[in-house]
Design a protein around this ligand. Structure first.
Ligand code: CMC
Length: 433
C-alpha cells in the first residue's frame, strides 16, 4: 500500500496537501515533495541537506547510527578484506563483482589507458613549482576533455564507459605527475607489468635512477585506502559531480568539479589538515592545550580527523584504517616515531574526553589515512589528491547512474529570499546620460 504524508498549515483541520511516502530497499522512507510547490506554492528549506534525499541511487548505502557502509550491498569490511581496489571499481561501476575473465579484461583495459596524452605534460609547465597539487589536479583533469573528445556523447553508454576507464586509469598518473612536478623530478611513465597500486607507487615515489621494488604490505595498505575512499553515497563532492552533470556537462568537467569540492578541509582536505595539526601540536605535552582549544566555543580550532556528518557512533572505515595504520607502522618500525606517538596519544585522550564522547566525535577515516599516507612517504600536500584518486570511481558511478536515470533533470534548488524587496534606483545616482 502506498503511504502518504499529510501536511497541514497552522493546525488547520483541512490538509494543505497529501504527499506520497517512498520506500527504498533499506533505510529511511522519504516524503516525495516534487509536487509541493505546484500544489501549495511552498518550498522546503534544508540548508546543508540534512533531511533531504536529492536522488534515488543503488550504489552505496550508509547507516550512520549503526556504522554500516555497503557498496552495492557488500559490507565495506568484507570488500576491504577480500577484494582489490580494481575489483571494487568494477563492482561500483557495474553493480556486481567481476568473475575472473571479467576482471582480467577490466584490469588490462585500465592498464592500457594509464598513459596521458604527451601534450598534457605542457600544462604542468604553466604552474609554479610550489602550486598546491589540488590546484594543478583541478586544471589538468578538466583539460582531459580537450584531449579525449572522441567519446564525449554522454547519451551513449559506450562513450560513458570509455570515459570511466580513462579517468580511473589516468587520474593516478596525473596525481603522480603533480607530485613530480612540484619536486622538480622527472615524470615517471606507467609500467604495464605492475598492478594498479604498484604502478601508482612507482610513478609517485621512484626515480629513473633506481629499480623500484614494491613492498606488499605498503601496496596493500594503499589499496585499502583507495577501497575505503571509493564511494560514500551523496557526500558533498559526489553531489557536486551530480549537479554539474545534470546540465549535460562532459565527464571530465564533472569529475573536476568533484575534485574542487573535495579540496575543502571539512571534506577531503581533512587528511592533510590532520597531519598539519599534528605538526602544529608538535609534542605530546601540548595535547591538552589543543583539546581545550577544540572544546572552546570561541576558538575556531577543531580537532581534524574527528567527527562526521553521517557516522554518529563510529566510522566503519576508521576501524579498518586503524588496523592498516598499525600494520604499516609495524612494517616500517615506526611505532616509536614522535609524530605517530603523538597521533596515537591524541586519539586516546580524545576518546576518553567527555566532550568528544557526548558529541559522538570519533576518529574518522581521515585521521588514520593521513597517518598511513605519511608513513608511506606521501607528502602532506598530496593527501587530498590521493583521496581524489580513490573517489574518482565513485564520482563516475554516480554520474553514470544519474545520466541513465529516466527521472534525471537539471538540478536547480530554490531559496528562501531574505534580501531587499523591489525598489527603484535613486534618481540622482549614476553617470548615465
Ligand atoms: N572538533 C571539535 N568539535 C567538533 C568537531 C571537531 N572535529 N566536530 C564537531 N564538533 C562539535 C561542533 O562544534 C558542534 O558542537 P555544538 O553542538 O556545541 O555546536 C558539534 O560537535 C556538532 O558538529 P557539527 O559541525 O554541527 O557537525 P557536522 O555534522 O555539521 O560536521 C564535520 C561534521 C566532519 C564537518 C565536523 O565534525 C568537522 O569539522 N570535523 C573535522 C574535519 C574532518 O575531520 N572532516 C573529515 C570528515 S570524514 C571525510 C569525509 O567523509 O569527507
Amino acid at each position: 500500500m502506498t503511504q502518504h504524508c499529510t501536511l497541514t498549515l497552522n493546525g488547520n483541520a483541512d490538509p494543505l496537501v497529501e504527499l506520497p511516502v517512498l520506500s527504498g530497499t533499506v533505510g529511511p522512507d522519504v516524503i516525495d515533495v516534487q509536487t509541493l510547490y505546484n500544489k501549495t506554492g511552498l518550498f522546503t528549506y534544508d540548508p546543508g541537506f540534512t533531511s533531504t534525499a536529492s536522488c534515488s541511487s543503488s550504489i552505496t548505502y550508509i547507516d550512520g547510527e549503526a556504522g554500516v557502509l555497503l557498496y552495492r550491498g557488500y559490507p565495506i569490511e568484507q570488500l576491504a578484506e577480500k577484494c582489490t581496489f580494481l575489483e571494487v571499481c568494477y563492482l561500483l561501476l557495474n553493480g556486481e563483482l567481476p568473475d575472473k575473465a571479467q576482471m582480467h579484461t577490466f584490469e588490462s583495459t585500465i592498464t592500457m589507458h594509464t598513459m596521458v596524452h604527451d601534450q598534457l605534460t605542457n600544462f604542468f609547465k604553466g604552474f609554479r613549482r610550489d602550486a598546491h597539487p589540488m590546484a594543478i589536479m583541478v586544471a589538468v583533469v578538466g583539460a582531459l576533455s580537450a584531449f579525449y573528445h572522441d567519446a564525449l556523447d554522454i547519451k551513449s553508454k559506450k562513450d560513458r564507459d570509455i570515459s570511466a576507464i580513462r579517468l580511473i586509469a589516468k587520474v593516478p598518473t596525473i596525481v603522480a605527475m603533480c607530485h613530480k612536478y612540484s619536486t622538480g623530478l622527472p615524470f615517471m611513465y606507467p609500467q604495464n607489468k605492475l598492478s594498479y597500486v604498484e604502478n601508482f607507487m612507482r610513478m609517485m615515489l621512484a626515480t629513473p635512477c633506481d629499480e623500484y621494488v614494491p613492498n606488499p604490505v605498503l601496496v596493500r595498505a594503499l589499496d585499502r585506502i583507495l577501497i575505503l575512499h571509493a564511494d560514500h553515497e551523496q557526500n558533498a563532492s559526489t553531489s557536486t559531480v551530480r549537479l554539474a552533470g545534470s546540465s549535460g556537462a562532459n565527464p571530465y568537467a564533472c569529475i573536476t568539479s568533484g575534485i574542487a569540492c573535495l579540496w575543502g578541509a571539512a571534506h577531503g582536505g581533512a587528511n592533510e589538515a590532520v597531519l598539519n595539526m599534528l605538526i602544529e601540536i608538535g609534542d605530546v605535552s601540548r595535547i591538552p592545550l589543543y583539546i581545550s582549544k577544540a572544546k572552546d566555543k570561541n576558538d575556531a580550532f577543531r580537532l581534524m580527523g574527528f567527527g562526521h556528518r553521517v557516522y554518529k557512533n563510529h566510522d566503519p572505515r576508521a576501524k579498518l584504517m586503524r588496523a592498516t595504520c598499525h600494520e604499516v607502522l609495524t612494517e616500517l618500525g615506526l611505532h616509536d616515531d614522535e609524530l605517530f606517538k603523538l597521533a596515537l596519544e591524541l586519539e586516546r585522550i580524545a576518546l576518553e574526553d567527555p566532550y568528544f564522547i557526548e558529541k559522538k566525535l570519533y576518529p574518522n577515516v581521515d585521521f588514520y589515512s593521513g597517518i598511513v599516507l605519511h608513513a608511506l612517504g606521501i607528502p602532506t600536500n598530496m593527501f587530498t589528491a590521493m583521496f581524489a584518486m580513490g573517489r574518482t570511481v565513485g564520482w563516475i558511478a554516480h554520474w553514470d547512474e544519474m545520466i541513465a536515470d529516466p527521472e534525471q533533470k537539471i538540478g536547480r534548488p530554490r531559496q528562501l529570499y531574505t534580501g531587499a524587496t523591489q525598489r527603484d534606483v535613486p534618481a540622482q545616482h549614476g553617470n548615465a546620460g
